[in-house]
Ligand binder design. Sequence first.
Ligand SMILES: NC(=O)c1ccc[n+]([C@@H]2O[C@H](COP(=O)([O-])OP(=O)(O)OC[C@H]3O[C@@H](n4cnc5c(N)ncnc54)[C@H](O)[C@@H]3O)[C@@H](O)[C@H]2O)c1
Ligand SMILES: O=c1ccn([C@@H]2O[C@H](COP(=O)(O)OP(=O)(O)O[C@H]3O[C@H](CO)[C@@H](O)[C@H](O)[C@H]3O)[C@@H](O)[C@H]2O)c(=O)[nH]1
Length: 327
Amino acid sequence: MTKILVTGGAGYIGAHACKVLAREGYTPVTFDNLSTGWEQAVKFGPFEKGDLLDRARVDEVFAKHKPEAVMHFAALSQVGESMQVPGWYWRSNVGGAANLCEAAVEAGCGKFIFSSTCATYGDQDGVVLDEHSKQMPINAYGASKRAIEDILENFEAACGLKHVIFRYFNVAGGDEEAEVGECHRPETHLIPLVLDAIDGRRPKLTIFGTDYDTPDGTCIRDYVHVMDLVEAHVLGLKWLESGKDSRDFNLGTGSGFSVREVMDAAGVVTNRTVPYEEGPRRAGDATRLVSGSSRAMDELGWKPHRSNMPQMIEDAWRWHQSEGYGV
Ligand SMILES: NC(=O)c1ccc[n+]([C@@H]2O[C@H](COP(=O)([O-])OP(=O)(O)OC[C@H]3O[C@@H](n4cnc5c(N)ncnc54)[C@H](O)[C@@H]3O)[C@@H](O)[C@H]2O)c1
Ligand SMILES: O=c1ccn([C@@H]2O[C@H](COP(=O)(O)OP(=O)(O)O[C@H]3O[C@H](CO)[C@@H](O)[C@H](O)[C@H]3O)[C@@H](O)[C@H]2O)c(=O)[nH]1
């Protein structure tokens, strides 16, 4: 079976990608240092423990498995943290990606699918964010991802490495069977934190900023279901397999939800109230990030049919109430 090297396959999105790749007849080979991931999440193919900054180890894994393509999910990915330790983000995300591209090219692997982010667009309130929008990141995380997009352009020009770049908006929800799910420790993402507050795992949710220029004063994001998102990656893989050119795609739905709207929706789905307090803004947060693009739907034939707020919360809630990875 065709092998795909999945960096970050022990993490939230990477584990869901492995599940869908296996379902589609590929063998996902997870490469992960377990810094924020879980060995228990690696269920659908072999596991190779390693760090992308360890070039010899990356080479070893390419030589052993000879993957047809790379899906590169591994990264440090917290906006707030990136503003506290920017050097770590640049070193790990950008250095790791450069190593991975070089190793892929030297091993004769010519297809690369990359998890980028709408955080590369920065804070452009009122602007529809499509693939032509200017990229002006306002935090170190987004800047490191923007730099990796440049690396991919350079590797294509210099070595012919073909790529698909996916700029995700906010990823939420989980596998319908709850075999894998969102498990960040510490958790920083809004929906799992809202669910933690609802079921008493945390005393309350803190809303980061209520003075933004939005109808209810809280930040607006575009949420996309993780299973829809990883299905787009399989379409991206098939795009490259069919010999098409490198391409970038936003992955969002075009609908924005404020922090308060997410809390309200979670209250309805779970039939509970969300204990909360209002707090100050978090450094690096953009006011509004909503996709204005249908390129993935038009060109890849992507159908994000689970990406509605009640379904995403329901799937996240199912995982939340399960034993998860037992951690
Ligand atoms: N979660 C979101 O809403 C979202 C939105 C936009 C983009 N993304 C991107 O999607 C990707 C996956 O995000 P996630 O939420 O699944 O994160 P995650 O933290 O759950 O998964 C990342 C995985 O990468 C591994 N990893 C990190 N650095 C590594 C290194 N140097 N070498 C080897 N393994 C390493 C971690 O151990 C972890 O298993 C990231 O690139 C992130 O930037 C996520
Ligand atoms: O306790 C919390 C946590 C979050 N928020 C707010 O909720 C929104 C969403 O925050 P979060 O879930 O942390 O996601 P983002 O900071 O938007 O970042 C996510 O979404 C980005 C794309 O928008 C990805 O690139 C990142 O990897 C991913 O972490 C933001 O306005 C936060 O300020 C709160 O008010 N309270």
